[in-house]
Structure formats: C-alpha cells, structure tokens
Design a protein around this ligand. Structure first.
Ligand code: PHE
Length: 347
C-alpha cells in the first residue's frame, strides 16, 4: 500500500515537471507537444491514476480529487502558455513584416499623352459621336491623289499654295489629308462620312508652321448635302472643343477641290469676341478650311454630282492645340520639353 503522502509527492513532482519542462519553450508547437505528453490519455498526469489501486480505500477519494486538481491546473497552465506563445509568434510576424514608412520612396513620374494626341483624340471623340468613321491614309502619296484628283492638275497655280516635298516626279509626302477623300470616294458609295487624321508635310517653317504637322480631314457625301449642313456640324464641333459660348463664322476662300470654299473662324474664346491681343483685336480666330466638294472631284471618283453632293473640311491639329493651350510657337509641340508637356493634361 502506498501512502497518500508519497503519492502527493508524485503529484507535486509532475506539477514541477510541467513547470520546469515548459520553461524554455518558445513556440506554440512545442507547447502543444509537451501538453500532449502530460494530458493525453497515456500522459503523465493520467498515469498517476495507476496508483489508485495502491491507495487505501479510505483515501482514494482524496487522491482522486488531488489528481483532478492537478489536471485542472495543468489545463489552465497550458492554455495560458499557449495563448502567450501565440501572441509572441504574432508579434514576431508583425516585426518581420514591418514596413519602414520613413524610408525615402522611389518617385515614379506619370507620363501623359502629348498635347497633339490629346487634341487628336478629342476631335475623334467629337466626330465619331456624330457618326464619322476613321480612315487613315498614307503619308507618301502619288501626285494624282495629293493634287490632280483634287482638281489641282500640274501647272495649276494652287499648287503653289503648298510647298511640296517631292520624293520623285511622281511621289510626294502628302501636303494635306484631303488625299484621303479621293481614296475613300473611289472605294465607297455614298452615303460617306469619314474622318481622316494624319501627318502632312510642307516645306514651311516659322513660329506657326512646321515642315511636319497633323491634319484631320472630314468628308460627308450624300444626297442633298449643303453648306448649311457643314455650318450646323461645325457649330456643334466648336462648342464641344472651345466651349459652349463659341460661335462660328464662314468667310469666302479658295480651294481647288471645294466650291464654294470657306475659311471657318470661331469667336475668340479669350475675349468672347470683343477683341484682344489673342485674336489680334478682330474678335475672331481662324480654325479651319472647308467647302462644298467640287463637282469635278466627285466626277473624278465616279460619283454623279447631279445626284450627290458633299462637304469637306480640314483642321490643323497643332493649330487647335496651340489655340486651346495658349502655345505661341509650334516648335514647343515638337521639342518634347517636359516642362511644357507636363502642363498640358486634359484627361
Ligand atoms: N486641305 C486644305 C488645306 O490643307 C484644307 C481643306 C480641306 C479645305 C477640305 C477644304 C476642304 O489647307
């Protein structure tokens, strides 16, 4: 028969073992393993019950109670140890993943679209909203598409209006996107409604002219198209691009491929038309050339001018950009100076 006192020593030594064996542990996994070794069915706490049969029957209840107390204590002990370990583990993770927000960062600069591209996109958006389709022509053209078919045969004085880069007697760098009109009319039957943006080239170089610049050609051909249709469409266009207050004015002009031809002015968006230095005190700013497609041009493309008529217009994209953003030298649009380009971001 084991006496109760001796068994109480065993109980106390298991308690001590729990405390000493757990003292060096530093993570929840080893705590879990240790807990199992004491509290599992075959664990060292449970094993104490083996002695029950050796205890005097009068003391068994007391012994059982003390073993149960140890079990209760051990459960609490391991639970709080586990909690402590998990907290420490979390802290270690936080520490490891800490971000030093005082560290100097890499400054990433944002690019934006070139002003000419911005204006080009704006114009395309406005006109495609009106149902225009995009046709992109080629920068190298033959003489026929750039001039002859546009009612500007050789020796026509109007050829002098544009200083042409000839690549050969037959081929030129196109001087105008109007050449696109011919390609489209040769290949499509009316109704036609196209927009043709692209680069054009002229031997011309000063503050407002560059040897390479961009134009956008518009062409509408259908039955019964008049100058009134052109003006109505232009009114919508200039209001969208230059502001709701803007008005248009058509002045007579001359282009061989349109008859009548007009120069389109918009009321000055700086002074509202009163006259200022921006509009050279006229109240108006010239923005594009346009007109009713010359009968001869329709005929050249196999379209019957007695049945169909059309209007055409050509907008200088750099010119619109210069007007919109107050740029007074066209070179600033080609020098890629970020101090200039960064100031212009419409979207
Ligand atoms: N092609 C003309 C130019 O370059 C502009 C224009 C286009 C005029 C269409 C009338 C019709 O100046």
């Amino acid at each position: 028969m084991a006496n109760l006192e001796e068994l109480q020593k065993k109980i106390a030594s298991v308690r001590k073992a729990i405390q000493s064996e757990s003292s060096g542990l530093s993570d929840s996994k080893t705590v879990y393993e240790l807990r199992k070794s004491f509290l599992d069915k075959a664990g060292r706490v449970g094993q104490l019950m083996k002695y029950m049969k050796e205890v005097d029957p009068s003391q068994r209840a007391e012994f059982g109670k003390q073993v149960n107390e140890l079990k209760g204590w051990a459960l609490d002990y391991f639970n709080s140890l586990d909690e402590k370990m998990r907290k420490e583990e979390l802290n270690r993770i936080y520490e490891r993943e800490k971000i030093d927000i005082t560290m100097p960062s890499h400054i990433r600069s944002h690019g934006n679209l070139h002003p000419v591209t911005q204006v080009r996109n704006q114009l395309i958006e406005v006109f495609s909203g009106m149902g225009f389709e995009i046709y992109e022509g080629t920068e190298v053209e033959n003489d026929y598409y750039n001039f002859t078919a546009l009612n500007t045969p050789k020796d026509h004085p109007a050829r002098d209006m544009q200083d042409t880069f000839y690549l050969s007697p037959e081929f030129v760098l196109r001087t105008q996107t109007s050449s696109a009109q011919i390609h489209v009319m040769e290949n499509e039957k009316p109704p036609i409604k196209i927009l043709s943006p692209g680069k054009v080239f002229r031997s011309d170089d000063d503050a407002t002219h560059s040897p390479m610049f961009s134009q956008m050609e518009g062409l509408v051909v259908d039955k019964g198209i008049t100058l009134g249709d052109l003006q109505g469409m232009l009114d919508v266009f200039v209001k969208k691009v230059f502001g709701q207050e803007t008005r248009t004015r058509l002045r007579p002009s001359y282009f061989p491929f349109t008859e009548p031809s007009v120069e389109v002015d918009v009321s000055c968006f700086e002074c509202g038309g009163k006259g200022c230095s921006f509009c050279k005190h006229t109240g108006w700013i010239e923005v594009l050339g346009a007109g009713i497609v010359n009968r001869k041009v329709l005929e050249n493309c196999g379209i019957d001018p007695d049945v169909y008529s059309g209007f055409a217009f050509g907008i200088g994209i750099e010119r619109v950009a210069m007007l919109k953003y107050g740029i007074n030298n066209i070179k600033q649009l080609f020098e890629s100076d970020l101090r200039v380009l960064n100031q212009i971001n419409d979207r």
